[in-house]
Design a protein around this ligand. Structure first.
Ligand SMILES: Cc1cc2nc3c(=O)[nH]c(=O)nc-3n(C[C@H](O)[C@H](O)[C@H](O)COP(=O)(O)O)c2cc1C
Length: 192
């Protein structure tokens, strides 16, 4: 596949059409869990939208310029650090004009193995796009999770700043969490 070609080749060549009916999903993934979640999210949203999937290791994040609705997928690694592909393109995120874009973020983490750093990278990415002017949607309640600290929480501590998936300790809950979140962000994208 040529570099920059989305996994799902439904991408419209018409920028205006892409902005209206298409969602771009950018992910980085070291051991495939965030990638698999991307495919599941796209499969569900494809009923209503066209979803173009991009692996940030091979596709420039600059491509986000062409979309109004954007999903970002990021796992946390190494005790509260960004996944390495995200770390490599971190400064390139600043070059995008995020004003007028609506962004939903999902993270992968392990609340049992890393309870003091659960989903920290989701929090770093949210803080970055929020400070650059993006509107954000897709917050989810923390109720039911077990961790001691996270940088991915709303100021009142009641919500994650996106969807928190845990394929290590709660893999059996992921399918429902993804389905619920897709329904939620589809509605929230609609009103933005
Ligand atoms: C060495 C190592 C460090 C990790 N550090 C964290 C962490 O600090 N916080 C967290 O929530 N999850 C942490 N995890 C869990 C990963 O985020 C989780 O396995 C995730 O599914 C990996 O996603 P990926 O396969 O898309 O890279 C860590 C996993 C490993 C193996």
């Amino acid at each position: 596949m040529a570099p920059n070609t989305p996994l799902n080749s439904n991408e419209s060549k018409d920028t205006t059409a892409a902005q209206r009916g298409t969602i771009a999903l950018f992910y980085g993934s070291s051991t495939c869990y965030t990638e698999i979640a991307a495919e599941k999210i796209a499969q569900i949203l494809n009923e209503k939208y066209t979803v173009d999937i991009f692996n940030i290791a091979t596709s420039p994040i600059k491509t986000a310029e062409r979309y109004q609705h954007i999903i970002l997928g990021i796992p946390t690694w190494d005790y509260g650090e960004l996944q390495e592909d995200w770390e490599n393109i971190w400064d390139e995120i600043d070059a995008i004009n995020w004003v007028g874009k609506t962004v939903a973020i999902y993270g992968l983490g392990d609340q049992e193995g890393y309870p003091e750093w659960f989903q920290d990278a989701l929090g770093y990415l949210w803080t970055k796009v929020d400070s650059l002017g993006a509107s954000t949607v897709g917050f989810t309640p923390v109720a039911g999770y077990r961790f001691s600290a996270s940088k991915a929480l709303s100021p009142d501590g009641k919500f994650f700043l996106g969807l928190a998936l845990d394929e290590d300790s709660e893999f059996e809950l992921s399918e429902q969490r993804i389905a619920d979140w897709c329904r939620q962000i589809a509605e929230e994208f609609e009103v933005e």
